[in-house]
Design a protein around this ligand. Structure first.
Ligand SMILES: [Zn+2]
Length: 92
């Protein structure tokens, strides 16, 4: 009797990260200023939300502690945008 080795193929599949480096030429009307609190240092930071695209996710470095804040924006149903902030540890 021969033992058969069931060799599992470990596929090195990494998710491809779309390099979203497109320049956004947003008109001033579509930019909504909002103040968020940095999830790392707690300092208030003014950001500009591009409300022409209500659901986005991007990373912006904190202007105080320079750590990368993940911002997730949602349509708030009132023509504006709502933003949630996460540390890089919260993102999966
Ligand atoms: Zn900070």
């Amino acid at each position: 009797m021969v033992d058969e080795w069931d060799e599992r193929a470990f596929e090195d599949e990494f998710p491809t990260f779309d390099d979203d480096a497109r320049q956004h030429a947003a008109t001033p009307q579509q930019l909504q200023q909002q103040t968020i609190g940095c999830p790392y240092c707690g300092e208030p930071i003014d950001i500009l939300l591009d409300t022409s695209e209500p659901n986005q996710e991007y990373i912006e470095d904190c202007s105080v502690c320079c750590r990368p804040i993940t911002m997730v924006t949602h349509d708030d149903g009132m023509g504006g945008a709502e933003v949630a902030v996460y540390t890089s540890d919260d993102v999966f």
